[in-house]
Design a protein. Structure first.
Length: 276
C-alpha cells in the first residue's frame, strides 16, 4: 500500500513539474529559432537551425538594455529597503504588546491584497503632481507599499518562534538591546529574512502593471513593461522570437537564485527559526 501511494505521489509530482516546465522550454525553443520562423512555416517544437541572432538583437536594442538596468536597480533598492524596514517592524510586533496589534497585522495583509489596478489612476495623477512620474523613486514607493505588508507578516512569524530567553540571556551577559538584536536575534531569523528578501525581489523583478502605467520613457521603464513595446530587429519581422529571447534573459536571474538558494528558501518557508 505504501509503495503504491509513493508511486502515485511520484507520478503527480512529475506531471506537475512537466506542466510547469513546458512554458519555459517552449520559450527557450522559440528564442533560438530564426526570426523568419513564422514566415518560413517552421512549426516544429525545437528549432531546425539553432541561432543566437535573437539574443544579439535584444542586447543591441537600447530599449532592452536600459530596461534591464532599471529592473536590477529598482528591484535591489526596493528589496533592501523592504527587508530593513520589515525586520524592525516585525521585531516590534513580535516582541511588544500594544493595543490593536492584531488589527494592524490584518490591515497590513489587507493592503497587500488590494488590487493594483485600483491604485494606478490615483498614483498616476499624484506622481505627475509631485514630479516623480517616470522615475525610479516613483516605482520604488508603490513596490514598497505592496511588498512591506507581506514582509512584515512573514518576518513577525519568525521572530515569534525565537525564544525570548535567548535575548534576555545575552543582555544578562552584558549585551545592549541593539547588540542582542544584531548578534543573537538576526542570525537566528536569517532564514526568514533571506526568504522575505528573495520573494520581495521576485515581486519587484516581475511586476508589470505599475511599471507600465507609471513610466513613459526608458528612464525608469523595467523589463516586463519594456517587452510590450519591443518590435524586434525591424518592422518587417515578427518580434516573437526576439521577445522570447529577452524573456529567457530576464528569467535567468530568477532561476539561478532559486537553484543556488533553494535550501535556504525551503528552510525559511518551513522551519523559519529555532523552535522554543
Amino acid at each position: 500500500m505504501g509503495s503504491r501511494t509513493s508511486n502515485w505521489w511520484t507520478f503527480w509530482g512529475v506531471l506537475i513539474l512537466a506542466w510547469a516546465a513546458f512554458p519555459l522550454v517552449w520559450m527557450t525553443s522559440l528564442a533560438f529559432k530564426s526570426p523568419t520562423t513564422f514566415r518560413d512555416g517552421d512549426s516544429g517544437f525545437f528549432p531546425s537551425e539553432w541561432t543566437w541572432e535573437n539574443f544579439e538583437t535584444v542586447f543591441e536594442d537600447e530599449l532592452f538594455t536600459s530596461a534591464l538596468r532599471n529592473s536590477a536597480g529598482i528591484a535591489v533598492i526596493a528589496t533592501l529597503l523592504s527587508v530593513i524596514v520589515a525586520m524592525f517592524a516585525a521585531y516590534a510586533i513580535a516582541r511588544l504588546e500594544f493595543r490593536g496589534k492584531k488589527l494592524l497585522l490584518s490591515m497590513a495583509l489587507g493592503i497587500a491584497m488590494f488590487p493594483q489596478a485600483a491604485l494606478v489612476g490615483p498614483l498616476f495623477n499624484m506622481w505627475r503632481g509631485l514630479g516623480i512620474y517616470d522615475t525610479w523613486i516613483g516605482l520604488i514607493i508603490p513596490y514598497l507599499t505592496f511588498a512591506l505588508p507581506l514582509s512584515i507578516w512573514t518576518m513577525s512569524a519568525f521572530f515569534r518562534q525565537i525564544p525570548w530567553e535567548m535575548e534576555q540571556a545575552a543582555q544578562v551577559d552584558g549585551a545592549t538591546a541593539w547588540q542582542a538584536f544584531r548578534k543573537v536575534i538576526v542570525p537566528l531569523a536569517a532564514p526568514g529574512v533571506f526568504t522575505t528578501a528573495i520573494l520581495t525581489f521576485f515581486f519587484c523583478w516581475n511586476e508589470f502593471l505599475l511599471a507600465a502605467s507609471l513610466t513613459s520613457t526608458d528612464r525608469a521603464r523595467t523589463v516586463p513593461a519594456a517587452l510590450s513595446f519591443f518590435t524586434g530587429a525591424s518592422q518587417f519581422q515578427s518580434p516573437v522570437t526576439a521577445v522570447m529571447a529577452a524573456s529567457v534573459v530576464v528569467t535567468i536571474p530568477v532561476v539561478l537564485l532559486v537553484l543556488l538558494f533553494q535550501r535556504r528558501i525551503v528552510a525559511g518557508l518551513t522551519s523559519g527559526a529555532v523552535k522554543g
